[in-house]
Write a protein that binds this ligand. Structure first.
Ligand SMILES: [Zn+2]
Length: 724
């Protein structure tokens, strides 16, 4: 799926660590600032909505009053507050106890948590130059703030003392987990290193956080600048009338009167490649997309950033006692080490490659009809595979789309399914402020009307939003903090022309289920400590609940409930429905191969040692693809290195494999649930209790076994992808 979950970045397991006292000092400790009076401080508190808890329902963000100028002062105040609190905890005379150390840490940093939760979702979902500027400024400070806390020797000594008592104390399972999270976080941050080493780790962290932000901002700008301009409407043959009109409007908006502008979307694939009959234009669109970030024609170049990041990550890993960044990252994941992740991917390569090659035979048959001989080019695949799909399944997306109208998909599909499984309902409310007029807010209620949480939905694509889809939490559930969950789903669905309904592709429909799958992982969280709340689980587990929910989108009972023609209200015809489901397994060789290649590329970049850093991005890329036997030109990796946002700025470094790892669990769990009757409240109850409510309070393999009664196997995954 094209969706990409994003965990709250810089929230290291839930609490919002991160910035330097130096940074804050510059603001507050200058004489002019020191002169600030008590009343000025009070006014700042009254005016800056982040400095006190929101007065809105469930502490929902007060978007009506949040302004760009509030972020920086709130970050500074939040870091100062948390640093002061952590000093008080570390300096206290009393011997360390669970309460005076861990619980105290859990309660710290409220201002920072509030501002981070809003700011980082805004910087992805609705950014502007001011926000980008703040992000560039604040990222290194947050990295340094995190180090100020995790490299605090006195604080670590307290946690270490508690860790030494873990066998003797009668702490609950959740408390033991919390202690383990803290202890490991300190060690992994470098708490055991000597002063020189710690200084180097700090410097690396700061530099990495700046590079990350630069990469992300570059990518947004690069995508905007890389459009293809077409002079003659005849060259757009194959595109729908509406899409051609949109291309004309887009050109007009840029002052290109009478021309057509094919904008590169901020996603992996370019949807227009499916329909463009002109091979040359297809090539231009493909290359505009695939060569993002290579500095073509004097454009922005992400290659130097990537090389620096890979080397810095390797150096940091070495300081912390690991062979590579991948080894460091995977240590606390379900996979435990890169060997296991490589193995899962490489075991799939022969079968997946064979499948992709067999798909290419079908494609060449159609290419021949157009007079093209030989292997397909990368820009041919999607176009001709649509023809193969139409032939084999006699349907195309445009026949199906009228049955996937957004309101019906949301209410009669997504909410219907989650309602049936979990006994909940979603009720839209208009009284809470939002950051963009298209954002919607829903109460999530039990059948008896008891509030479970709030759900924000921000589905439409816009220039200020990065591509893909993700879930985030504005407020994490915690009994200790008396907080109910407030979560958001963000997607990039194209806005229809004025007055037209929003018709979705099956991929978008599936992504809606996927993202609300993450959503309920946050919404059903039932934990004491915020650090262990909701989606605070290993990355190769976090995509399990989301991917699991995807399959409900094509479950017959669900499909027949939501897939209704937007004009006639007629239910999707059975043969179209059957074919849609069958078509869902189509092209899986290609899809799996492009994914596996990208995942191997990610592990390749993060397996380098500090001393052997490569100097040529494209050469390294070619070398890796060859090494792992996935250098099949018609199917390039899903992301080239230069725009692989997941691994350079999205927090998925050496973890892109996690989607497939999680899918193994998802497919196995879904197959299991089907044998138990499918869409029933009993099944939902079991999944909610054993997985969705648990957060990080239990080791994740144990959670899985609690639900499933055994460890997962790959059989259901192979069947799900039609690779068996
Ligand atoms: Zn996801």
């Amino acid at each position: 799926m094209s969706s990409s979950n994003r965990l709250p970045k810089l929230l290291i397991f839930g609490f919002a660590w991160s910035v330097s006292n130096i940074g804050y000092g510059q603001l507050t400790d200058q004489p002019s600032q020191r002169a600030s009076t008590h009343s000025r401080l009070i006014r700042m508190h009254m005016e800056n909505p982040f400095l006190s808890p929101s007065k809105l329902a469930l502490f929902a963000p007060d978007f009506g009053n949040i302004k760009n100028e509030h972020y920086l002062p709130a970050f500074e105040a939040g870091m100062k507050e948390q640093l002061d609190q952590s000093r008080v905890i570390s300096e206290q005379a009393d011997a360390p106890t669970f309460e005076n150390t861990l619980v105290a840490l859990e309660k710290s940093g409220e201002i920072l948590k509030r501002v981070q939760a809003v700011f980082f979702n805004m910087s992805s979902a609705h950014t502007d130059e001011i926000i980008q500027g703040i992000e560039e400024k604040i990222a290194p400070k947050l990295a340094s703030h995190s180090d100020d806390i995790f490299l605090n020797k006195k604080l670590f000594a307290r946690v270490e003392l508690l860790w030494a008592q873990k066998e003797k104390q009668s702490w609950t399972e959740e408390q033991q987990r919390l202690l383990k999270e803290y202890y490991e976080s300190f060690v992994r941050a470098g708490a055991r290193l000597n002063a020189d080493q710690q200084m180097r780790v700090r410097a690396i962290n700061e530099e990495l956080s700046s590079l990350t932000t630069q990469f992300q901002n570059n990518l947004l700008a690069i995508t905007k600048e890389r459009a293809v301009v077409v002079d003659d409407v005849a060259q757009l043959d194959g595109m729908s009338i509406a899409d051609i009109a949109a291309a004309k409007e887009a050109a007009q908006a840029k002052g290109l009167e009478g021309k057509y502008l094919l904008a590169i979307t901020n996603t992996t694939r370019q949807p227009v490649l499916l329909s463009l009959n002109n091979r040359d234009v297809r090539m231009r669109v493909f290359l505009a997309s695939a060569n993002r970030g290579l500095g073509e024609n004097g454009g922005l170049d992400n290659r130097p950033l990537v090389l620096s990041m890979a080397k810095l990550r390797a150096e940091r890993a070495k300081l912390l006692g690991f062979n590579s960044h991948a080894a460091y990252t995977l240590e606390n994941q379900m996979a435990s080490n890169p060997v296991a992740a490589f193995k899962m991917l490489q075991d799939l390569v022969p079968g997946v490659l064979a499948k992709a090659k067999s798909e290419s035979v079908d494609i060449q048959r159609f290419m021949k009809q157009d007079g093209f001989e030989g292997e397909p080019k990368a820009w041919d695949w999607e176009y001709y595979s649509e023809k193969v799909r139409a032939e084999k399944y006699k349907i195309d997306e445009n026949l199906v789309k009228p049955y996937f109208e957004l309101e019906s998909v949301l209410n009669n599909g997504v909410f219907y399914t989650f309602g049936k499984l979990y006994g909940i309902r979603f009720k839209e409310r208009k009284d809470l402020p939002v950051y963009h007029p298209t954002v919607r807010v829903f109460d999530v209620l039990s059948l008896e009307g008891k509030q479970i949480g709030l759900f924000y939905a921000d589905y439409y694509q816009r220039d200020s939003k990065r591509g893909g889809a993700w879930m985030d939490a504005y407020v994490s559930q915690s009994r200790l903090l008396n907080q109910l969950p407030v979560v958001v789903n963000v997607m990039s669905i194209p806005t229809p022309a004025a007055g037209e309904p929003t018709l979705l592709s099956l991929d978008h429909v599936t992504t809606m289920f996927h993202e609300l799958g993450h959503g309920v992982h946050g919404l059903f969280s039932s934990v004491e400590y915020p650090t262990l709340s909701g989606t605070s689980v290993p990355r190769d587990f976090v995509e399990f609940p989301s991917t699991f929910h995807e399959d409900w989108a094509i479950h017959p009972e669900v499909l027949s409930n939501y897939a209704r023609h937007h004009k006639t209200g007629e239910t999707i015809p059975k043969d179209l429905l059957d074919k849609s489901i069958a078509a869902n397994k189509f092209n899986k060789g290609y899809e799996t191969l492009e994914y596996v290649s990208a995942a191997l590329l990610d592990l390749g970049w993060h397996s380098i040692s500090a001393s052997e850093g490569p100097n040529d991005v494209e050469a390294f890329e070619r070398e890796m693809l060859k090494k792992y036997g996935v250098d099949f030109a018609p199917v390039p990796p899903r992301y080239r290195t230069s725009f692989f946002a997941h691994i350079w700025s999205g927090g998925y470094s050496s973890s892109y494999y996690a989607y497939l790892w999680s899918e193994v669990l998802a497919a196995d769990a879904f197959a299991h649930m089907r044998t138990l009757g499918g869409l029933t409240a009993a099944n939902g109850q079991a999944f909610r209790q054993k997985i969705l409510s648990m957060g990080g309070t239990r080791e994740v393999m144990q959670q899985y076994k609690d639900f499933r009664g055994q460890v997962p196997t790959v059989d259901a995954l192979l069947a799900r992808r039609g690779l068996k």
